[in-house]
Design a protein around this ligand. Structure first.
Ligand code: UDX
Ligand code: ADP
Length: 456
C-alpha cells in the first residue's frame, strides 16, 4: 500500500485528497496542515469549507484510508508521494508587491520536506504557482542532501469552488507535467496510475513541467478574460439600449466561441483569477514582454472598472448622494454556494458605498462571518449584518444584489417593496431577478447591461 501525503488542508487539498482516497482504496491518504482548527474540523467529519457532497465523500473514507493530522514531520517521513497544496497569495511588500506570488509558504514546505525525508519522494505541485517554481522547489529540496532523491512534478487543479466534488469526479482534464528524464517519466506515470482509477485515460494529459505550470495560469486568464470582455460590452449595452443577455446569447451560439463564462455581472472574484493574471503579467514583465503584460493587465483593470461603474451608477441614479441612505446588500460571497469572499466584488463595492456615506445592511446565506472580517475597521458603525434578507431590505432606499444566490430570486418582493423607502431602487448586479415583475411592483430597476426601468 502506497502512502500519499497532502500538505495544506484547504479548498484544493481537502476535497482533492477526499476524492483520491475514495477512488483509490489501495492508497493511504494523509492530509496535514499547520492550522489546528482546520484539521480538527476535518477530523470530526465537518469540513471547514462548504462544498456540496464533500461531507458524504469523507464519511465513506475518513478513518479507513483518509486521515487528517497536524503532525507534518511524521507525515513526510512515511510518504511516498507528497502533494503540496499550501496557499500562494500575492506579495504585499517588496519586489513584485501586488503582482508576484508570495511563495514563502511554499518555500517553508520545501524546507520541511527536505528536513524530514528519509526516503525518495515524488513531490507534486498542486497549488497554482508561478512558472518555474518546480525548479526552485527542486533546488531547495536538494540543497545539502544527496542521500534522498526528490522528483518534482506539476499537477495543477482546475476545480471551481461550489462544484469541487463534481469537478473532481468528472474533470474536463487532468494535467500532469514532469521532467523529460527517466525519473521524471516514472513519477508522472505514478500519478497517471492514481487518476486512472476513475478518470478516462484520454482525459489525462501529460506535458513538460513548464507547460503544465503555464497552462494553469493561461486557463484562468482566458476564463477571466471572457468575463471582462462581456462586462466591457455590458457598458456599451447600457449606453446604447442593447440587452447584454441577448448579445451574449447570440455571441455564445457561435460554436467557436461557446456559451459559458459570458454572463455579465458586477465583476469576477475568487482566490484565483486576479492573482493568476497578475502573476502572468509579472512573468511577462520579468521577461521584458511589456506589451503582453499590459494586454493581460487590462483584464484586471476592466474588472475594477466594472465594480466602480456599478457604484457610480447607483450614486448617479440616486440623485447624486448616498449620504445617510440605507442600502441593502444581498450577497457577499464571490459566487453562490460558497462562503468564500476572497476577492469578492462585494468588498470594493461595499467600501465605495461606505465612502459615499451610505449605511449598509448586508445579507448572505453563508458568508456573513467572512464579510464581517473583510469589512473590519472600515466604518463598521454604519454596517449591519443581517441573517434575514427581509430585515436587510426593511427601511432601505436601495437593494444592491451582488451574488446570485438562488433564494434571492424566490423572495417576496411585494413584501420587500412595502418595507422600503420610496422611490425604491434595485440594482441587480447579477441579472438574476425578474425585472418586469419588479417594475410592475413599483421598483426602479437597474440591471447590468440592459435598459433600466425607472419611473423617475
Ligand atoms: C476558477 C476556475 O473556474 C477554476 O477552474 C480554477 O481552478 C479556480 O478559479 P472559481 O474561482 O471557484 O474557479 O470560480 P468560477 O466559477 O470560475 O467564478 C469566478 C468568478 O467569475 C465568480 O465571481 C463569478 O461570479 C464570475 N463569473 C463567472 C462571471 O461574472 N460571469 C461568468 O459568466 C462566469
Ligand atoms: P487553496 O484555495 O489553494 O486550497 P487555502 O488557503 O484554502 O488555499 O488552503 C491552504 C492551506 O495551507 C491552509 O489551510 C494553510 O493553513 C495551509 N498551510 C500553509 N502553509 C503551510 C505549511 N507550511 N504547512 C502546512 N500547511 C500549511
Amino acid at each position: 500500500m502506497k502512502n500519499i501525503l497532502c500538505i495544506g488542508a484547504g479548498h484544493v487539498g481537502g476535497p482533492t485528497m477526499a476524492m483520491i482516497a475514495s477512488k483509490c482504496p489501495d492508497y493511504t491518504v494523509q492530509v496535514v496542515d499547520i492550522n489546528e482548527e482546520r484539521i480538527r474540523a476535518w477530523q470530526k467529519g465537518k469540513p471547514p469549507i462548504f462544498e456540496t457532497g464533500l461531507e458524504e465523500l469523507i464519511a465513506g473514507t475518513r478513518g479507513r484510508n483518509l486521515f487528517f493530522s497536524t503532525d507534518i514531520a511524521s507525515g513526510i517521513r512515511e510518504a511516498d508521494i507528497i502533494f503540496v497544496s499550501v496557499n500562494t497569495p500575492t506579495k504585499t511588500a517588496g519586489v513584485g508587491a501586488g503582482r508576484a506570488a508570495d511563495l514563502h509558504f511554499y518555500e517553508e514546505t520545501a524546507r520541511q520536506i527536505r528536513e524530514h525525508s528519509v526516503s525518495d519522494k515524488i513531490v507534486v505541485e498542486k497549488s497554482t504557482i508561478p512558472v518555474r517554481t518546480a525548479e526552485a522547489m527542486t533546488r531547495i529540496l536538494h540543497s545539502d542532501r544527496n542521500d534522498v532523491r526528490f522528483e518534482v512534478i506539476s499537477n495543477p487543479e482546475f476545480l471551481a469552488e461550489g462544484t469541487a466534488v463534481r469537478d473532481l469526479e468528472t474533470p474536463d482534464r487532468v494535467l500532469i507535467g514532469g521532467n523529460d528524464t527517466s525519473t521524471g517519466h516514472r513519477a508522472v506515470q505514478e500519478l497517471v496510475e492514481i487518476y486512472a482509477h476513475w478518470v478516462p485515460r484520454d482525459r489525462i494529459v501529460t506535458t513538460n513541467v513548464w507547460s503544465s505550470e503555464l497552462s494553469k495560469l493561461a486557463a484562468n486568464a482566458f476564463l477571466a478574460q471572457r468575463v471582462s470582455s462581456i462586462n466591457a460590452i455590458s457598458a456599451i449595452a447600457e449606453a446604447t439600449g442593447a440587452d447584454i443577455d441577448e448579445v451574449s446569447g447570440v455571441v455564445g451560439m457561435d460554436n467557436r466561441i461557446g456559451s459559458r463564462f459570458l454572463k455579465a455581472g458586477v465583476g469576477y472574484g475568487g482566490s484565483c483569477f486576479r492573482k493568476d493574471i497578475l502573476n502572468l503579467c509579472y512573468l511577462a514583465e520579468s521577461h521584458g514582454l511589456m506589451e503582453v503584460a499590459s494586454y493581460w493587465q487590462q483584464v484586471v483593470d476592466m474588472n475594477d472598472y466594472q465594480e466602480h461603474r456599478f457604484v457610480s451608477r447607483m450614486v448617479r441614479t440616486m440623485f447624486n448622494s448616498l449620504t445617510g441612505k440605507r442600502i441593502a446588500v444581498l450577497g457577499f460571497a464571490f459566487k453562490p454556494d460558497t462562503s468564500d469572499t476572497r476577492e469578492s466584488p462585494a468588498i470594493p463595492v461595499c467600501l465605495q458605498l461606505l465612502e459615499e456615506g451610505a449605511r449598509l445592511a448586508i445579507h448572505d446565506p453563508k458568508a456573513l462571518e467572512n464579510a464581517r472580517r473583510d469589512l473590519a475597521g472600515t466604518g463598521e458603525e454604519r454596517v449591519a449584518f443581517c441573517n434575514d434578507p427581509y430585515e436587510a431590505a426593511c427601511g432601505a432606499h436601495a437593494i444592491a444584489l451582488l451574488t446570485e444566490w438562488k433564494e434571492y430570486s424566490q423572495l417576496d418582493f411585494e413584501r420587500i417593496y412595502r418595507s422600503m423607502e420610496r422611490p425604491a431602487f434595485i440594482f441587480d448586479g447579477r441579472n438574476c431577478l425578474d425585472h418586469t415583475l419588479l417594475y410592475e411592483i413599483g421598483f426602479n430597476v437597474l440591471p447590468i447591461g440592459k435598459p433600466e426601468r425607472t419611473r423617475l
